[in-house]
Ligand binder design. Structure first.
Ligand code: G16
Length: 546
């Protein structure tokens, strides 16, 4: 390698982005994420890393998305996107953590040099990075810090502007495949809407009188995306009623609304009881950067908690897996369809899916699920929280395109599969694309939410957050289903879980928030609170000992 790092340029730029003392950053479930007011130096350094990642890949375009997704508005973070639109290669993550934590200019340069040497990066190679951001007030300043990092290494910078996270993933893949036989689509935001809308209209060609879908946009960037998408979809094929669209109201983002709120609290977004909702109406919630979606509906008055029925990521997976399996069969082609879940998947959903298709369990984080889903011809992956998508392997896509149909019905099934390949954002979970997928399936089956919900009955379940001094004391194994540290805690949890019918519980440190998460489920609803609270109490007790 002929060229070294431009040390003086990096040092000069770094002066404007000093690392706060006594702060430690960790590359977590979805990149680097914490309070926005301490993230400036990290973003500058992520700019440097993004440029180096692109150089390593000979100038392929890398994506950097400034967002803290479901977290509160005062948080922010960066998600790093690799050239095919997938998450940053895992082997780079420890280097990111190391570089983010370098406490002096010298340490910063040394940590960058380590990365360059480890991955044998040619510093003379070109670099290209596209940067997007969500609606958080802190984004503009953090984007500037990233741009300063990119400029210090001479990277070509593309400003994607305000985008949903999945749109940025789409843009990255489209830019890198432009003009090739694998072209993913026109590399613009409009191209994204056009691709999804065209596929949807192929799948729903006839007018329908299905009532509008109520969409809680979490007061985030999804509100813009939905407004733009609507321009490409005639109202007689799908109509929407967007709610929680206040993207500029301070503090509104994800506040008492959005997919995470609805899933965690298993209730309507606050204030929805005043929205004149009808039993049986389809409702859904995006999260802050529109990469997750959950559906729900009411069986009675909105003021009654018992009326609320959640159709979460597990239910979306079961709907998609069932429908796609039938299409593959009708098409007369041989493709293996499998599902990928995490420990948060409701036990009933896993049982239901396992009776039909192979199921894999991975640790939390789209990066893990996505990777596991690539093992199948058609990999349906969903986290219970609504983050997921469907992957069609290159050979599956070829088969779908090239198969000779044996009957008109087979031909229709093949055409539908081909349109679904385009409708589904295969780079990452995407609330907008997943929403259209659900709508297509419900129309094809002539189902309302209750029919969809009828597949299986969720076990009563709860997710709790426990605040502890040091969440990194909690270490897990077996796809996060068991703790290895603190010593003795797992035995105590097992003992407690053993007292309840069909119960399951696990504990893991969050990778996006400063807390430990407790999941619990059991057969008898009245036993859920004692079980979940009991495990949470054990966590607090052990945390205070360590
Ligand atoms: C991110 C990840 C998801 C994960 C969630 C919670 O979602 O992309 O895969 O399930 O965080 O992770 P944890 O339990 O480790 O905090 P998002 O929508 O916030 O980007």
């Amino acid at each position: 390698i002929g060229e070294g790092l431009p040390v003086s340029l990096i040092n000069a730029a770094s002066q404007a982005h000093p690392k706060p003392i006594n702060q430690t950053f960790t590359y977590g479930t979805a990149g680097l994420r914490t309070r926005a007011d301490i993230l400036d130096s990290t973003c500058f350094r992520v700019g440097l890393i993004g440029a180096l990642r692109s150089k390593k890949l000979k100038g392929k375009t890398i994506g950097l998305m400034v967002t803290a997704s479901h977290n509160p508005e005062q948080d922010n973070g960066v998600k790093m996107v690799d050239p095919r639109g997938e998450m940053l290669e895992a082997s780079w993550e420890p280097f990111c953590t190391h570089i983010a934590n370098a406490s002096t200019d010298e340490e910063l340069i040394t940590s960058l040099e380590k990365l360059v040497a480890h991955f044998n990066i040619d510093l003379a190679a070109p670099a290209s990075v596209i940067v997007g951001y969500d609606t958080r007030p802190s984004c503009k300043q953090l984007v500037q810090a990233i741009v300063d990092g990119l400029s210090a290494l001479g990277a070509h910078t593309i400003d994607a502007g305000l985008k949903t996270t999945p749109q940025l993933h789409y843009l990255v893949k489209s830019l890198n495949t432009q003009g090739t036989p694998e072209s993913y689509g026109e590399p613009t935001e409009q191209g994204y809407y056009k691709k999804l809308a065209a596929a949807y209209l192929k799948l729903v060609p006839a007018k329908s009188d299905v009532p509008p879908l109520v969409v809680d946009c979490a007061n985030g960037v999804g509100a813009y995306a939905l407004t733009n998408l609507i321009k490409y979809l005639p109202e007689d094929r799908i109509a929407f009623r967007p709610l929680r669209t206040s993207t500029t109201t301070p503090g509104a983002l994800n506040n008492n609304c959005g997919a995470d709120y609805v899933k965690t609290n298993q209730c309507l977004p606050a204030g929805f009881e005043k929205e004149n909702l009808q039993p049986g109406e389809r409702l859904c919630s995006f999260d802050g950067d529109a990469d997750r979606i959950v559906y729900y509906y009411l069986t009675g008055p909105p003021t009654s908690k018992e009326s609320f029925r959640l159709l979460d990521g597990d239910k979306i997976a079961s709907l998609a897996a069932g429908y796609l399996s039938e299409l593959v069969q009708a098409a007369g082609i041989k493709l293996e369809l499998g599902c990928v879940q995490t420990a948060y998947a409701n036990g009933s959903s896993t049982k239901y899916l396992k009776q039909r298709v192979p199921v894999t369990c991975t640790p939390t984080g789209v990066k893990h699920l996505h990777h596991a889903a690539e093992a199948y011809d058609i990999g349906v992956y969903f986290e219970a929280n609504g983050h997921g998508t469907v992957l069609f392997s290159p050979s599956a896509q070829r088969k779908i395109k090239e198969a000779t149909p044996s009957s008109p019905a087979a031909q229709t099934a093949l055409e539908q599969l081909a349109a679904l390949v385009d409708l589904i954002n295969q780079t990452v979970g995407d609330a907008i694309s997943d929403m259209l997928l659900v709508e297509v399936i419900l129309r094809a089956r002539q189902w309302g939410p209750a029919e969809w919900d009828g597949a299986y009955e969720d076990l009563p379940n709860k997710i709790l957050k426990v605040n502890v001094k040091d969440r990194f004391v909690f270490k897990t194994e077996d796809a996060e289903r068991r703790l290895t540290s603190p010593a003795g805690l797992q035995d105590k949890i097992d003992e407690l879980v053993g007292k309840y019918k069909d119960a399951r519980s696990f504990v893991r440190p969050s990778g996006t928030e400063d807390c430990v998460r407790v999941y619990a489920e059991c057969a008898i609803a009245s036993e859920l609170a004692p079980l979940a609270n009991g495990v949470a109490k054990l966590v607090s007790d052990y945390a205070s000992l360590s």
